[in-house]
Write a protein that binds this ligand. Structure first.
Ligand code: SF4
Length: 197
């Protein structure tokens, strides 16, 4: 049974809440193996509750920040993430969410008010400069609607006062400057990431 809910990557601890995802991105690290760095196998036998994640965090040594980013989209488990984030803040540490920005569609409600005050930084994967390009690369179950939705989600996070960045993976066919404009149009800065093979 694999219950690898918390793993270390660099100075940070990463929280692996679920393997569910509404996308199937062509560059997803899940296509290339079972983990990243020394994470071990990130394919879970089951999803954790908040206390199990908190116990996992406590079992590791010191860390700089907690990052909700596993082998799946963390906002499928928003309630667990919120509870864990409150614990992390009670320890005086910071939280970050790495997301595809589709959490409002996934949860069929506006989750940004839940993130406010609990998630210090939201990092949204932009991936493309157009809805068509995004669909081609990310194959979301939400189809062409996904791109506008993730931009809307990002703007909401910015307006809520959460530090919000968008990311793009520098792969062939991606127009980084157009992506930068798209990110800036919703008030976020763009960060260019390298492809992890
Ligand atoms: S959104 Fe993230 S976890 Fe989901 S398929 Fe794309 S890269 Fe993988």
């Amino acid at each position: 049974m694999n219950v690898n809910f918390v793993y270390r990557y660099g100075d940070n601890l990463y929280v692996n809440l679920t393997n569910k995802c509404c996308n199937d991105c062509s560059f997803c690290i899940r296509r290339n193996g079972d983990g990243i760095g020394d994470s071990g196998d990130l394919w879970l036998s089951r999803e954790p509750d908040a206390q199990e994640v908190i116990n996992g965090i406590k079992s590791h040594g010191d860390y700089r920040e907690i990052v909700f980013c596993g082998y799946g989209e963390p906002t499928y488990k928003t309630d667990v993430m919120v509870e864990v984030a409150e614990f992390v803040h009670s320890c005086g540490k910071k939280t970050r969410l790495n997301t595809n920005g589709l959490g409002n569609l996934i949860n069929r409600r506006d989750i940004v008010p839940l993130l406010k005050g609990r998630i210090d930084t939201v990092s949204v994967s932009l991936n493309s400069d157009s809805a068509e390009g995004y669909d081609k690369m990310c194959h979301s179950v939400f189809g062409l609607a996904a791109y506008d939705e993730l931009l809307k989600f990002t703007r909401e996070c910015v307006l809520a006062g959460i530090t919000t960045v968008m990311t793009v993976v520098a792969v062939e066919g991606v127009d980084v400057e157009k992506c930068r404009k798209a990110a800036e149009s919703v008030g976020a800065k763009l960060k260019v990431r390298e492809y992890i093979a």
